[in-house]
Design a protein around this ligand. Sequence first.
Ligand code: SF4
Length: 618
Amino acid sequence: MLLINPKFKESFWSFRWALDEVLDGKSAVNPPLGLATIAALTPKHWDVRIVDENVEPIPLDPDVDIVGICGMAIQFPRQRALIQHYKTVGRLVVAGGSYASLCPEVFEGLADVVVAGEAEYIWPRFCADYTNGHTDSLYHETGEVNLADSPVPRFDLLKLDRYTRVSLQFSRGCPYQCDFCDIIVMFGRRPRTKNPEQIGRELDELRAARVRNVFFVDDNFIGHRPRTKALLSYLADYQWKHDYRFQFGVQASVNLADDNVLLNLFGQANVSWVFIGIESPDAESLAEANKRQNLKGNLLSAVHKLYRNGIDVFGGFIIGFDNDTVEVFDKQYDFIVRSGIQIAMVGLLTALPKTPLYHRLDAEGRLVPYARADDNTQVTTNFVPKGMTAHEMSVGFVDLHRRLTRDRVIAERIINKTRFMKHRAASAHYRFLESLGILKRFVLHGVLAGGHTRIYHVARTLWHSNVQVWSVVIADWISGLALARYVETRLTTQPGCTPARTSIERLKQILARVIPDGDVAVDSNTWEVSISLARVVETRLFKELTQQLAALARSGTNLRIRLDERCTVHPDHLNDLLNRLSKYGDRITLSVHEVMWPFLRIDITKFHLALYGNYDRP
Ligand code: SF4
């Protein structure tokens, strides 16, 4: 059996610039924990492999009986393409993951089998049915799983060294009722937890794999406080015994800041950062969203208190509540700058299916038919806003990001954070030589590349900060610059970047000399430029072509490059071309015929890979 995690589209969450330019050898942020858990629930004698398309190429025609493909909502387009592909090549395809759990009906008729909901009881049933020669089309968990029954994930099947951190899960469910949230729709409002010894066994595995940086993926780590405290006491003891081996990060509600016992335990267990859904500085917007836990105290003071306890804060922010008018952009900007939050994930409110928000907007007739409800990283949303027009919303959203990612504003936020944060809860999680390498690449590719202005701003953030938190200053610069690069190159109100007319003309002229008409085309909706490299043979010409394609990709144009069985380009030239383009790989789709693969030596995970089925033939 092959289990696949489909490639994510590039977004704020990818931190692509940081992965490519600073954190050498890392290809993605989080490994697919769900697939490792599925593998652990599979009969021992089955031969199971996990391939994460974000860190390695997927085999297009694997020697397996079953292909299992997971996915969150944002992965759905790729998950769907993979399902179709593996069905075309005759495998039994099983779809699962959080989107299939929320909306199993979307997968009906698409995958052979759909596994919806928590897997601990239904996955073994599927495996038993498969062994007995008859599987159902849907395995749906409608009850709740006791997490004591959740096995230690098969971390050994993941390439852990390709990720910046490794995920663990302690609990499922959250007691709150934010109206846009699909977590409580899937996991319910009664938090269920693993016991501390289970987490200890998982950490033993990760220690053996030399992992240091661990992220608890629970949507609210403090949903059941007594059990969280018991876990943290256990972790404090574990860390002491193992020389404070791990640095932890969690997601929690903001009322964490009200509980001093909890904050102390965070320090003792080496929890160094927390992601908090702040959503809005506007009390009326929070009340509208039923985010009552954020209304009880002062949000800014809560963030500052966490800093004073040595805990870094990442924040989620939402724009588009009915109460929001165009003034919300300035309000969010002011709050984010004053709070010092660098990893500030600002997204447009999206009505996710089956949430109270979705039902309300549906009843009000405000849902936009055919708009994507599975991607909150876009510059548009799936409903008609109330306090501003959709256009004002998109333009204000992009502008807010542009303002937040200027060097001066990155610096201001760091200074506003380190005024409060004088020490860190956790020790550094990189080894000495690793840290040195990161520092060197940060200076070369980040600081110096930004010229005098950036050198000045980096210097002043260091000057204003305690030496003990310089690692936070540098980490914030790396995150800030990664977000800035994303905003600069990808965040636009246009559907795709309009390719420069002159570049297209030049490209056509070059190709016209050797390729018949029609092999270069521009899609007028997406502005994607498609070219086929079927018969480009001349070296001089190929170098010119490489330059033109790199210029187009650099300017933000989406490209589709087809390498089919007729291609007679020398493999060295192809590899040169693809290496050069890999920097812009997230906007390049490759269609590669299987006969070409043995000749390619490129990192295919940097590109989108078109699958060679009829539906996807360029
Ligand atoms: S606190 Fe977070 S996980 Fe809990 S209901 Fe609100 S958005 Fe969902």
